[in-house]
Design a binder for this molecule. Structure first.
Ligand code: ADP
Ligand code: ZN
Length: 715
């Protein structure tokens, strides 16, 4: 099997003296080049080739073979997602490509000349190097979205210096008996059940749910300890590994050493060492992003998927897959328990519990006497903010009180930048992206309008590009930058911190921010969804949600579910220690079922009513869904292709095809997009239907059809 989008494996001859087995990693000739490949279990799908025409395998690569469970995962995922198997396998081999990179890396110059010009690209490079770890030119260029010339220029300007990249520390074994917590009765019950699941050495799936702060993390660390005591490995998937500094220090406290980490931001050197350490069993615990799923564990004894409801687990480009679901598949192939953890489990997982496929373990109360925060709505119709402002008087008063008591407050708004829309007051012109069906978002601090879909950016114009009126462009609606401006006016003495993915580019700055909050150097945190995730800030007692209605617009299948999950997570940051927490939701519809569920803390009732809405129409999780996304250079070709697909659509009992319709992002990066949805009863598999359907339609060269099985995004 070659790491390319071919339909299946290729045939090669085994030269005399070479003893090959499935899983061996080999070099083979392909189009006069040498390529890496894996000896696959089954033969090629083509007609057999005469032995004398087969090319020979060149050599075996000196690296641990790809084990059977990983090969089965590759085959299974390829079939499930309708992706070429080689492309799936590539994810498991990524680090093995020949090493041509230099061993020199760049760091920031300790005393850069003050006169050096800092362009935006240069600033991105410097931001990337905020963590002291040196990066190679190629890595740095990729991460800072710039070119090698910029980096060379920076060296000439005295901003960067080259150093040798150090060899990563050898991996040290975590000690399962380093320090254990004294578990409460509820926690003991759950921990015992999880330890038994690990000891059983067979496949099982457990949902561990419980309110935020109930000790879910503490308890699943016990399952990992159990795997370590058996000499087995453990994998923990986190939705946003870059923001996991607190998690890592917690692990270190529990086990005495840090685990191996795996995410896209690692240097290639670290990737290679980690990969090998995992394959050789020297890295017993790995915490990672979804790509960690493809690491070569020889003896995986436990998989944990933390915040299992998070949509960040869905990979949207390349092979489109859901890491939570694939983790369950991997657990099955290696006969290990999977533990799905969440305070707000997805309806998919809840349905699996109800159907008896998953077991549920529940932690009902916060640990150590901490109470759940009180959640209240601020009805923006009755208590509106001042004109041109976004914080209601009641929220302002609450922030003032909180800071006066020496506690911390947080404002949450899931929108980067200053304003989502820029409008001409004279002619009504809206500033739109030329490549996408999307408005340009104002980033005032960077003096630019930017498309959040394709990255297109322009300086903020002086006059309206349509009617040429001077100073007529006006910002509509708030982003975190604008809320920060308002907070600066209102609370000039408060020590503020903004946490958004664009102001906080790497794991290092997020860790620094978290540490500053823990040291109580911050009074007011203003952030996007990255503040919602898992943080434990004991002195944070007030959370203000600036726009609780934001996620409800758009009519997405899971909009309500997702809003409940996200807002519950944010709310869960408040009052995690002795002082009780208060959460204020600014909304125009306090009577909406989502607000009602949050205010009354009755998420179960909300999920039951969501289930009742989805069940009759066979919507997921009670039916299956797959999306076809048509894209083409012109709208004519996109329409024609979408129409052909519509005409060739399958007809059968239990199957519905919706569309074609223009995608909400009808143009994305200059490509015209249309969507179709296939919806089936749960007992009908979508893959054979999709394969037959696609085979009936000819796709022109300038068009393409992407398949998304179990879609999460409907853009
Ligand atoms: P969750 O993952 O459910 O949000 P955590 O595991 O983060 O909950 O627990 C919340 C806080 O309570 C953490 O600071 C954790 O260390 C502490 N905690 C939970 N259980 C215990 C325990 N049995 N003993 C001591 N501290 C605990
Ligand atoms: Zn765009």
């Amino acid at each position: 099997m070659l790491p390319y989008p071919f339909a299946g494996p290729f045939d090669y001859r085994v030269p005399d003296g070479l003893d090959l087995h499935p899983g061996d990693i080999v070099m083979v000739p392909l189009n006069r080049r040498e390529e890496i490949g894996v000896v696959w279990d089954h033969a090629s799908l083509d007609k057999p080739i005469a032995a004398n025409r087969l090319k020979p395998v060149i050599a075996v690569v000196d690296t641990p073979p790809m084990r059977a469970d990983l090969r089965r995962l590759v085959d299974w995922m390829a079939a499930y997602t309708l992706s070429p198997p080689g492309e799936v396998m590539r994810m498991a081999l990524r680090v093995l490509r020949p090493d041509t990179g230099p061993t020199l890396g760049w760091i920031r110059a300790p005393a850069p000349p003050k006169t050096a010009r800092i362009t935006e690209a240069r600033q991105r490079v410097l931001d990337r190097l905020a963590a002291a770890e040196p990066r190679t030119t190629a890595e740095l260029a990729r991460q800072a979205e710039t070119g090698a010339t910029v980096i060379r220029g920076m060296q000439e300007a005295g901003l960067l210096v080259a150093v040798a990249i150090p060899t990563p520390d050898p991996f040290v074994f975590p000690n399962p008996d380093h320090t254990g917590p004294v578990l409460s009765e509820d926690q003991t019950h759950v921990a015992t059940a999880l330890r038994e699941a690990v000891a059983a050495r067979k496949f099982s799936v457990t949902l561990l749910d419980g309110v935020t702060g109930s000790g879910k993390t503490e308890v699943y660390l016990e399952a990992i300890a159990a795997a370590l005591r058996l000499g087995r490995q453990a994998l923990i998937l986190l939705p946003e590994i870059a923001l996991s500094s607190q998690w890592l220090s917690r692990f270190q406290r529990r086990f005495g050493v840090a685990p191996a980490v795996w995410h896209s931001d690692l240097t290639s050197r670290t990737r290679r060492t980690t990969w090998r350490a995992v394959a050789e069993g020297k890295a017993p615990v790995v915490v990672g992003a979804r790509s960690a799923l493809f690491l070569p564990f020889p003896d995986l004894g436990c998989l944990v998927i933390d915040e299992e409801h998070e949509t960040a687990f869905k990979q949207e480009d390349g092979v489109v897959y859901h890491a939570r679901d694939m983790a369950v598949v991997r657990a099955r192939f290696c006969q290990a328990p999977a533990i799905l953890v969440s305070a707000t489990p997805s309806l998919e997982t809840v349905a699996n519990v109800e159907a008896g496929r998953y077991t549920r373990l529940h932690l009902p109360t916060r640990h150590g006497g901490a109470t759940m925060p009180r959640i209240e709505a601020i009805d923006l119709r009755d208590d509106p903010p001042e004109r041109g402002h976004f914080l209601a008087p009641k929220l302002i008063a609450a922030i003032r009180d909180t800071i006066a008591r020496g506690e911390q407050a947080m404002l949450f708004l899931n929108r980067r930048g200053y304003a989502p829309l820029t409008l001409c007051r004279r002619c009504g012109h809206r500033m739109q992206c030329p490549n996408c069906t999307a408005w340009l978002v104002e980033h005032r601090a960077r003096h630019e309008l930017r498309c959040h879909h394709c990255g297109h950016n322009v300086p903020i114009p002086e006059k309206c590009p349509a009617c040429e009126a001077e100073a007529s462009l006006t910002a509509v609606g708030p982003g975190v930058e604008r809320i920060t401006e308002e907070a600066t006016e209102l609370f000039p003495d408060a020590r503020r911190l903004v946490m958004a993915s664009d102001t906080m580019p790497g794991p290092h700055s997020a860790a620094e921010a978290a540490a500053a909050i823990e040291r109580r150097e911050i009074d007011l945190i203003i952030g996007t969804q990255i503040v919602a995730k898992g943080w434990h800030f004991p002195h944070l007692t007030l959370v203000g949600v600036v726009d609780a209605d934001l996620g409800l617009a758009g009519g997405d299948l899971r909009a309500a579910e997702r809003t409940v999950q996200l807002l519950h997570q944010v709310a869960g940051r408040a009052g995690r220690a002795e002082a009780p927490g208060l959460v204020l939701l600014q909304t125009f519809s306090p009577e909406h079922p989502v607000m009602d569920a949050l205010i009354h803390g009755d998420l179960d009732a909300f999920m039951t009513s969501e289930a009742a809405v989805r069940r009759p129409g066979n919507w997921p999780p009670y039916g299956r869904l797959a999306a076809l996304i048509v894209s083409a250079d012109t709208s004519t070709i996109a329409d024609a292709l979408a129409r052909d697909l519509g005409l060739a659509a399958p007809h059968a009992e239990g199957i519905v095809v919706l569309g074609p319709a223009p995608a909400p992002l009808a143009i994305l990066r200059g490509r015209h997009r249309r969507r179709l949805l296939l919806k089936t009863r749960r007992d009908i598999a979508v893959q054979p239907i999709l394969t037959a359907w696609l085979s009936r339609v000819k796709v022109p060269n300038s068009g393409r059809v992407d398949v998304d099985v179990d879609p999460v995004s409907f853009l």
